[in-house]
Write a protein that binds this ligand. Structure first.
Ligand SMILES: [Fe+2]
Ligand SMILES: [Fe+2]
Length: 241
């Protein structure tokens, strides 16, 4: 049995590496949430139907709230604002934007779902205040990607998106998978060993892939060859649908 990990209540009692890793997790999360708010905000122009308008605005609002909640947590923890770091990172690594309603739904389905699975790895985090903030975000994320999936499948089944559905699926599949970080790194091993996250990125990727398989089938989509995604993936991933 693994040794029980130490739980920290304050920043002062944390070993340096633990504190730095936790801060990095908060910063990355803040970036991701604001990136999502901007991406879906940009996508508002593609919402043609009234019935989706409120949903999209609500979604943008929730991503904004997530960003602000993580930013508050970061500031409380470090005494500094995360804003400049996030803005800088967004300038260097701009948010991927969608170019159509169909693509926006794909983003909602896959980008959001990647984040959803990623966050669940922090649920038992050895710093309890982080758990609290993350737990609330996870509950809200559950609602976003479910609808994204439904819209994608419905649109795919109309047969009107045959020429674009596969490339757009592959683009956002890759972006969803990137949210897990590189598998099997020393940093992963460290974060797991001290209880900052539950499992290696490769295992989380598999959960994410399994989770989207029914929609992949229903939408007549195909998983690409893993090499075609141009990213580091564990060779053991099961892509069978
Ligand atoms: Fe979010
Ligand atoms: Fe979301």
């Amino acid at each position: 049995m693994a040794d029980a990990v130490k739980v920290y209540q304050t920043r002062e009692e944390m070993p340096d590496r633990f504190r730095e890793t936790l801060e990095q997790m908060m910063k990355s999360q803040a970036y991701r949430e604001l990136a999502a708010a901007r991406m879906f905000g940009h996508g508002l122009q593609y919402v043609a139907e009234q019935k989706w308008l409120k949903f999209m605005v609500w979604h943008i609002g929730e991503e904004t709230e997530h960003y602000l909640a993580v930013a508050r947590m970061y500031e409380k923890f470090t005494g500094e604002s995360v804003q400049d770091w996030v803005n800088q990172r967004l300038a260097e690594k701009p948010v991927p934007f969608s170019g159509s309603w169909f693509e926006l739904a794909m983003a909602q389905f896959l980008y959001d779902r990647g984040g959803f699975w990623q966050l669940q790895e922090y649920e038992g985090c050895a710093f309890p205040p982080y758990r609290e903030v993350i737990g609330k975000i996870i509950e809200e994320e559950r609602g976003h990607q479910g609808l994204g999936e439904k819209i994608v499948v419905e649109l795919c089944q109309t047969g009107k998106f045959e020429d674009v559905k596969q490339p757009l699926f592959e683009r956002w599949l890759r972006l969803g998978l990137l949210s897990f970080g590189r598998p099997d790194t020393e940093g992963n091993h460290y974060a797991i060993s001290v209880g900052l996250k539950k499992r290696d990125s490769g295992l989380v990727m598999q959960d994410f892939i399994n989770d989207i398989k029914p929609a992949v089938r229903s939408g007549g989509l195909k998983f690409p060859r893993p090499e075609a995604l141009g990213m580091e993936l564990p060779a053991t991933l099961d892509w069978s649908v």
